[in-house]
Ligand binder design. Structure first.
Ligand SMILES: Cc1cc2nc3c(=O)[nH]c(=O)nc-3n(C[C@H](O)[C@H](O)[C@H](O)COP(=O)(O)OP(=O)(O)OC[C@H]3O[C@@H](n4cnc5c(N)ncnc54)[C@H](O)[C@@H]3O)c2cc1C
Ligand code: SF4
Length: 657
């Protein structure tokens, strides 16, 4: 193994070797000894994750290249390059569905497309957090025999409840039509993704967990337009001081004729590409979802029950709701989702989840049980209005990277899958149509009769895809139910700006009467969620109950249940934007009371006393605690944080989210 790690990680000449390398890393990362961090000790002293450790074995090769003395990019050797037809960033439902569909459709047309997925989690599913009540419509279409193949969908929904919570009571309300879940399943989306990854690999897709896309590669076409030509993984073995350590190794370039970004909500490369090509026409708005998985006492468990709640503990002016899903194995998935356009900077989303559990209904359900997992992740809430342009020269945006979450249904995995499938179909369409056009041009030039199908589609892949937009992707989505579904509920979420009661009445009107036929389309009032925060001097203080250690937990204790782990000796992947360096101490702390110290669900941001600083504070960023929810890139005042990918496969290590 040592030889293959060394030769693959550094020389990276053959795909099969890389595969061996990444498999070794994934296996190592999955070992129980490294998936859990004890928070009895400070997180900063957590053991280094397996990936950087494995990379220490390539030291002789590094010495050969004399990397440890390199000072800047110009002194570094070029990155090794691997070429694919399609590179997909992110092994979530969108990316995996795209890959599976591509391979299946390509095979039908005699095409052997090379498809690769990079995934920043140490293994597939490690960074996936979802509810999840899963609508299997598109899984049926993608893998019709998923039941026979043993897909992990084993808790059919049997009961749907919708409730209004007050601090003491749970008042049943009629379940809105969009929240009916007949035919759906309560699942762990991470586990489904692991299963899908197996299906994809069986079809020949190469999947590299533990490799994050850190950089988008752009090239210039003959006409001067810049197109996306693939991605690069980050260099590893760079110390906190920004200098290469003895474990340094350069990242790899994965070049592609088409690059699909399927990074989920607020993807770092996706946001860059959207900004570069001006794809966002209307700003996106987000929510933060925080979740715990509990094993409860068997007599309290009602397998297949889905409960959604509104009301307490939410402030009346916050878009907030909760979910309780009873999954097989006495498991209960419980969480809150809070619109990040909240105004009061005193809100602490983590404590909202803890408070929610103290409701008598929830407390009695969880009593005698144990919390086995905790995590958080943002969701898109902008819906139809916020869908960006989906294509750019050289690729497209899939799933929640673009934003296809149906907010009232709290469902996005099915649409993410379908968007991946539509993009895959668009790639095949483009190869066939472009091939046909070219062949017929040649036949006509020779005075020969034209044909209706290209005779050798494989010959046209380069010409049809490289640097091109995926022309048929949006059309495919438009003719699928995805866009229609989002259009029908387009006015539900934005109506919350009129207040809680008008929102409820309007939602009932849309759900039961108009069903999307409204003559109007409501807009969100703010440009960015961070702009909705009011100064702390104008905000009501909020009291949260002290954690009791049984039902409610201190944040750091719970964080150990996310399995979070990062290589310690690396520069922070949470960067203060250079032009916004003044914001933390001159704006965030004095004006808003440092909201990031409350909204971050991992306790990453701390304002510490420091008499040497103007204002007597300094901001400490405990980047190693980050569970990749992306909230800080959205809700810090003036969005002063740029979220970038850390080295290796760092981050949470979810097993059943
Ligand atoms: C609390 C909560 C509850 C939800 N409940 C439901 C529900 O009940 N039903 C439902 O259908 N949907 C639900 N959703 C929404 C659903 O989870 C998403 O719509 C779905 O996961 C989107 O799929 P995706 O493939 O687009 O992105 P994701 O599932 O986010 O997957 C993206 C993948 O890309 C990887 N990645 C990101 N950036 C990079 C990079 N630069 N390099 C390499 N890899 C990268 C990530 O690690 C991840 O594995 C919920 C979401 C949340 C947060
Ligand atoms: S640092 Fe940012 S991305 Fe990481 S957990 Fe905190 S809010 Fe989420």
């Amino acid at each position: 193994m040592f030889r293959s790690v060394r030769s693959v990680a550094v020389q990276v000449a053959k795909r099969s070797q890389v595969k061996a390398f990444t498999r070794a890393l994934a296996t190592a990362a999955a070992r129980p000894s490294i998936t859990r961090v004890s928070f009895a000790a400070p997180l900063a002293r957590a053991p280094a994750q397996r990936i950087p450790i494995a990379l220490t074995q390539i030291k002789p090769e590094i010495e050969r290249r004399n990397m440890s003395t390199a000072k800047d990019e110009n002194e570094l050797p070029p990155r090794d390059v691997m070429e694919y037809d399609v590179v997909i960033v992110g092994a979530g439902p969108a990316g995996l569905s795209a890959a599976i569909r591509l391979k299946k459709e390509a095979a039908k047309h005699g095409l052997d497309l090379s498809v690769c997925i990079v995934e920043k989690g140490a293994e597939v599913g490690a960074h996936i957090l979802s509810g999840n009540v899963f609508q299997p419509t598109y899984l049926d279409e993608l893998i019709p025999d998923w039941r026979e193949k043993g897909a992990p969908l084993d808790t059919p929904v049997r009961d749907d409840k919708f409730m209004l919570f007050t601090s003491k009571y749970a008042i049943p309300l009629p379940t809105p039509p969009s929240m009916h879940n007949e035919g759906n399943y309560i699942i762990s989306l991470g586990q489904l993704c692991r299963w899908l990854a197996g299906e994809a690999e069986a079809l020949g897709v190469e999947i590299y967990p533990g490799f994050a896309a850190a950089e988008v590669i752009y090239e210039k076409a003959a006409d001067g337009t810049e197109y996306v030509a693939g991605i690069a993984t980050g260099d590893v073995g760079i110390g906190k001081d920004g200098k290469p350590t003895e474990n340094f190794a350069r990242g790899m370039e994965l070049r592609a004729k088409t690059t699909l970004f399927a990074e989920g909500a607020r993807g770092s490369c996706s946001e860059e590409v959207m900004a570069k090509y001006g794809l966002r026409k209307t700003p996106q708005t987000y929510g933060i979802g925080l979740k715990e998985v509990w094993e409860v006492q068997p007599e309290k468990h009602k397998e297949g029950t889905v409960i959604h709640t509104i009301g307490w503990p939410a402030q009346i002016d916050n878009y907030q709701g909760s979910f309780i899903y009873h999954m097989k194995g006495n498991l209960v998935h419980i969480g809150v989702v809070i619109g990040l356009d909240y105004a009061n900077p005193n809100i602490n989303p983590y404590m909202e989840l803890q408070k929610f559990k103290t409701h008598p209904t929830i407390a009695s359900l969880l009593e005698g049980g144990r919390c086995i997992e905790y995590g958080a992740r943002v969701v898109n809430e902008g819906g139809y209005q916020a869908i960006p342009d989906l294509t750019f020269p050289g690729g497209a945006l899939l799933g929640c990277s673009a934003g296809f979450l149906n907010v009232p249904k709290v469902k996005g995995s099915h649409n993410a899958m379908k968007s991946g499938m539509c993009a895959a179909d668009a790639i095949i369409d483009q190869i066939l149509r472009e091939g046909l056009r070219k062949e017929n041009e040649e036949l006509q030039a020779k005075g020969l009769p034209t044909v209706s199908e290209p005779s050798a589609p494989a010959e046209h892949v380069e010409h049809a895809l490289a640097g091109k937009k995926l022309h048929y992707y949006y059309a495919n989505l438009m003719s699928s139910p995805v866009i229609r579904e989002l259009y029908e509920v387009r006015n539900v979420r934005p109506a919350f700006k009129f207040g809680f009661l008008p929102f409820l009445m309007h939602s009932a009107f849309v759900e039961y009467l108009s069903r999307g036929r409204e003559s109007y389309t409501l807009a969100f009032d703010h440009k960015r969620d961070c702009d909705a925060t009011v100064p702390i001097a104008e905000a009501k203080p909020i009291e949260y109950p002290k954690p009791d250690g049984k039902l409610t937990f201190p944040l750091l204790e719970n964080l150990s249940r996310s399995g979070v782990n990062h290589e310690e000796n690396q520069p922070s992947h949470l960067k203060i934007k250079p032009e916004k360096k003044h914001v933390p101490l001159q704006v965030s702390w004095p004006v808003y009371g440092g909201p990031e110290s409350r909204f971050c669900p991992a306790g990453v941001y701390e304002y510490l006393d420091d008499p040497s600083q103007p204002g007597g504070k300094r901001l400490q960023i405990n980047a190693q605690n980050c569970i990749h929810c992306k909230t800080c890139s959205i809700k810090t005042p003036d969005e002063f944080i740029k979220w970038t990918v850390p080295q290796g496969g760092g981050g949470p290590n979810y097993t059943g989210m």
